[in-house]
Design a protein around this ligand. Sequence first.
Ligand SMILES: [Fe+2]
Length: 470
Amino acid sequence: MSSDFKGYQTQYTELALDNLPIQGKIPEWLSGSFVSNGPAQFEIGKTSLNHWFDGFAMLKKFTFKAGKVSFQNRFLHSEQYVKSNAMGHLYENEFATFANKSTMGRAGYMIKSLLKGIHYDNCTINITKMGEHFIAMTESNDTIDFNLHDLSTVNAFKFDDHIKGQITTAHPHLDVHTGEMINVSIEIGKINKYHIYKISPRSTKREIIKTYVSDKLFYMHSFSITKNYVILFKSPLVLNKWKLMLGYPFNDTLSLEKSDASTSFIIIDKRDGSIQEIKTDPFVCLHSANAYENGNEVILDLICYHDNPYPYFYLSALRTEMPKLPNGVLKRYVVNLNSKNCTHTAFATVTQEFPSVNYRQVNGKKYNFLYTNLITSPGKNFFNSIQKLNVETGNTLNWEKNNYYFGETVFVPKNNDSSESNGILLTIAYNTDDQHSSLVVLDANDMQPIAEVFLPLHLPFGLHGHFYNH
Ligand SMILES: [Fe+2]
């Protein structure tokens, strides 16, 4: 990696630009906004943050109208962002960075955390729409409402209910069968309670589907849903509840259980609340690609790791000439609900992440097409290739461009009734030649580029985003 490589470097500039330069042609039918979240500030005063996920959240928005594209980027004004920048040092512990360096300072912070509860509002992982609110999310229950029009921060978002929990996933699901949002609120205690809840489309009031109780406080970055089931992944990657309550950096509370390790699928039947727990070989899943039912079987396509992937994302490791990113492998698990048998096969061994499907059409249903980001050769600093996989036939189509890296690929359908891959893919790219970012638009049918929208700055590699129709 050359010293001027900016993929993991701070971007302070906030812009609002109309009529961005375009190479190619933006489809006239594309109308709406692609909004993506991710870390963008890695230094506060003299403090250098340790980890990619520590960076303060920046929202990026590309708006499409009549073939033209406008852009805006803006930092999320979390309490952490506002107070840290005002004070010139980190206000609260970040994902993997202590706010206080002294023993006394850390002791005082721990007492405050015990009294105040878990607070971690640098919501840098994802965004979602909850009722009429657009919210930025992380894995604490601190979520932030933002204005989609100008990306300004509104306030801390609160649900209109009393369901308890200190942590959650930043990957809620839309149940395309019912229109409800589904997520999990995890209440830490002597027995940990995983409250699986749903929210009606225009509501902000959660309703518990079922609570799963567990001695072990297992970490879960995402989960799967099918028409009738919610499936949690109880992996050997566990959280230390005492460290969490004492306010340790979240990453420092995670550890991988080694002895007698296994991963269990916790399969909750939404119809009657019954729970099945089916064990398989140990794995850690960051992202569920999709899941569906096939008679008595549940099929789950997951990006799996054999160890804890998060230590790979320390900035000191990423900002090297030959970084080693964790080997996420796309696997298919077939769980038989009658025999409790579970088999799995890998689609490939290549490192891949950021799974995306035609979500509104196929989430929770049998499907064909999965889009992921790949690392196709060693020493890459990020994902250098985009793949379309037919999960039924195994056929693949890859696209890449020299000296380009690609963020999460988001599928946007041309219309909701057409064939599964009739649409486009949007991905924020970073070009190492000119150190600038752009938005690449691919035709999802043949994986050929149809347009590139150029930005006058670099955007650090981000995490997750969504497209919203106007
Ligand atoms: Fe994620």
